[in-house]
Design a protein around this ligand. Structure first.
Ligand code: AMP
Length: 145
């Protein structure tokens, strides 16, 4: 998949937005959805996506939708840092397969980084459902407070 092409409404994030596929949801409003990455590269790896924009990448999304996504990215980065106390945090967004994109609905990664811990492989090892559910509960509690 290159930078150019048609938006596929059957991509996994479109299915999650429609409720046709599950997710470990952390935040949702009219425009934005955030959930845990099920193949996390680090503990707390979170994805933030637009709900209304059928955009594959940053070239296609309208500026208003992108700014709504980024406002949630900033808020959730604060939540993750406060709750998980990483030594650093990466905010990343990939466009086109050569840049590392594997799901073609635009999304932003928030990846907490811990001292001395290398990143796990991208979109590879699946986390245990019980671990993801426990992390979701912990982060939802932090968001609520
Ligand atoms: P990218 O490679 O930037 O397109 O990132 C796509 C991300 O989506 C990867 O980090 C995957 O681990 C993640 N991912 C794929 N399927 C799911 C899913 N069903 N639920 C949550 N995260 C997913």
């Amino acid at each position: 998949m290159s930078l150019y092409g048609d938006y596929d409404p059957q991509n996994i994030f479109a299915q999650i937005i429609r409720g046709d596929a599950p997710c470990y949801k952390l935040y949702e409003d009219e425009d934005v959805l955030a959930f845990l990455d099920v193949f996390p590269q680090a503990y707390g790896h979170t994805l933030v996506i637009p709900k209304r924009a059928a955009a594959r990448n940053i070239l296609e999304i309208d500026a208003d939708s992108l700014s709504k996504v980024m406002a949630v990215v900033q808020k959730l980065t604060g939540v993750l840092v406060a709750e998980l106390e990483p030594a650093g945090v990466q905010v990343a967004q990939f466009n086109g397969a050569p840049a590392g994109q594997t799901v073609f609905h635009i999304h932003v990664h928030i990846v907490p980084r811990y001292e001395g811990e290398a990143l796990a492989m991208h979109a590879a090892g699946k986390a245990e459902p019980t671990e993801l559910a426990a992390l979701q509960a912990r982060l939802l509690q932090r968001i609520a407070n």
